[in-house]
Design a protein around this ligand. Structure first.
Ligand SMILES: CC(C)(COP(=O)(O)OP(=O)(O)OC[C@H]1O[C@@H](n2cnc3c(N)ncnc32)[C@H](O)[C@@H]1OP(=O)(O)O)[C@@H](O)C(=O)NCCC(=O)NCCS
Length: 181
């Protein structure tokens, strides 16, 4: 039996009770990047503080409830292991038909189909609101992310040379786009 056959996970909307798991998940991304310079998640330069993360979570919850953003989580063994969001690109600008997709899955939840399932679900919802979905900030070395987006129908539309710099190392950024309508 493969991992994905054994793995049981649930995709659902964001809840207030997800706060502690999601804050811990965010912090774990910084730990991973510290251990592995090639870790493919774009991060703030400075590790956020707990009050900053609480504010971030409160904003996610607020925009999710108001419908400004679409936010889904993946839950495995009672723990939130994934967050996927679609936010509007530029409120009040001529880009309002475009949504930007972001996804973060903690280490133990990767490679077992959660990414595929959560992206499939969020695109169903995004279809009602957007014409185009973009994924940016993708490290050109991030095979899993590129494969995930390609599988969902995204096409690479730009490569931005040395767009990310971690320590003294530069990474090219891939930008991908999916037309929904
Ligand atoms: C990138 C990420 C979102 C992918 O989600 P995931 O749940 O691990 O991916 P899935 O298990 O759903 O697999 C999706 C596809 O990618 C492939 N894949 C998964 N891990 C892979 C890897 N390490 N290398 C190559 N391909 C990989 C799968 O085989 C599958 O392809 P298929 O449709 O052809 O079968 C997740 O690994 C992650 O959060 N990584 C760390 C942070 C990050 O990189 N975020 C994205 C920033 S753009």
């Amino acid at each position: 039996m493969t991992n994905s056959m054994k793995a049981k996970f649930v995709i659902r909307g964001l809840r207030a009770s997800d706060k502690n798991d999601l804050i811990a998940n965010e912090l774990s991304m910084f730990d991973e990047a510290k251990k592995d310079i090639n870790f493919g998640q774009i991060l703030e330069k400075k590790r956020p503080t707990l009050p900053e993360l609480r504010k971030w979570f409160a904003k996610c919850l607020r925009t999710s409830k108001s419908g400004e953003s679409i936010d889904l989580v993946g839950v495995m063994d009672g723990k939130v292991v994934a967050l996927c969001s679609v936010d509007k690109v530029g409120y009040g600008y001529e880009t309002e038909h475009v949504g930007e997709l972001g996804i973060t899955i903690v280490k133990e939840g990767r490679g077992i189909g959660i990414g595929k399932a959560i992206v499939r679900e969020i695109l169903k919802k995004a279809r009602k609101k957007y014409e185009i979905i973009e994924a940016t900030g993708i490290f050109s070395t991030n095979k899993a992310a590129i494969r995930l987006y390609e599988g969902a129908g995204f096409k690479t539309c730009a490569v931005m040379p040395s767009h990310m710099k971690r320590g003294n190392k530069y990474f090219n950024e891939i930008r991908m786009s999916l037309r929904l309508k």
